[in-house]
Design a protein around this ligand. Structure first.
Ligand code: MD6
Ligand code: FE
Length: 206
């Protein structure tokens, strides 16, 4: 397994999932989105829709609407519990997180070719001792990351299908976002676009 340290706590694993593993994960995600359809999150206060659609698996899911950002145990539209996390996802967490408890949330982001995600920090969790583990499938994305303050200088890397990144330790709260996709860069998703999974430990361990 190749790992590249991009900054203290920020590790990049190019080609972490080989093509058969990517196809298995995609199949699991198809089953998850049948149970828990992709929804369009909205910005707190303004209600402006995100360009990315989302769903979740695992005990908790991240949602955003006019009321704010939060984790909750049910889908915001169906009101049903989120589907279980696939074993493959749990194994990736065990391999990459160096954290002794399982994740309790896996956010699934789906990008159409023109979708993007503005610079943000992942800070709605209680347990910052656990990293966030990210897996990418489908079209290549330009991923931007900076420092602990929004104004800090940024760098960008391309995240390709099968790549993993881990945000932990001093990088756990750095700003990051997706500038754009490179359309047609992967043939994994028949209609194009990109899927990103972020695995998190939300609550403090018991
Ligand atoms: C994405 N990723 O790759 C968006 N957050 O589509 C994230 O927002 C992210 O990749 C925390 C840690 C790793 C990430
Ligand atoms: Fe994030």
């Amino acid at each position: 397994m190749t790992s590249i340290t991009l900054a203290p706590g920020l590790t990049y694993y190019p080609d972490y999932l080989d093509r058969p593993a990517q196809e298995r994960l995609l199949q699991s995600l198809r089953e998850i989105t049948r149970e828990a359809p992709l929804f369009t999150p909205r910005m707190p206060r303004t209600g402006k829709p995100f360009s990315v659609r989302m769903t979740n698996c695992g005990p908790l899911g991240w949602v955003s609407d006019v009321e704010g950002y939060r984790y909750q145990p049910v889908h915001p539209e169906t009101r049903r519990p989120w589907p279980a996390m696939p074993d493959q996802v749990l194994r990736s967490w065990e391999e990459l997180s160096a954290y002794p408890h399982p994740p309790d949330a896996c956010l699934i982001n789906f990008y159409e070719p023109t979708a993007r995600m503005g610079l943000h920090q992942d800070k709605d969790e209680e347990e910052f001792a656990a990293p966030v583990v990210s897996l990418s499938l489908g079209d290549t994305a330009l991923f931007r990351y900076g420092g602990l303050e929004r104004k800090d200088p940024t760098k960008s890397i391309r995240l390709r299908s099968g790549d993993a990144i881990v945000f932990g330790g001093p990088a756990r709260l750095i700003y990051h976002g997706i500038d754009r996709l490179i359309e047609g860069s992967s043939d994994l998703l028949p209609q194009g676009g990109r899927l990103n999974l972020t695995l998190r430990k939300v609550g403090k361990p018991l």
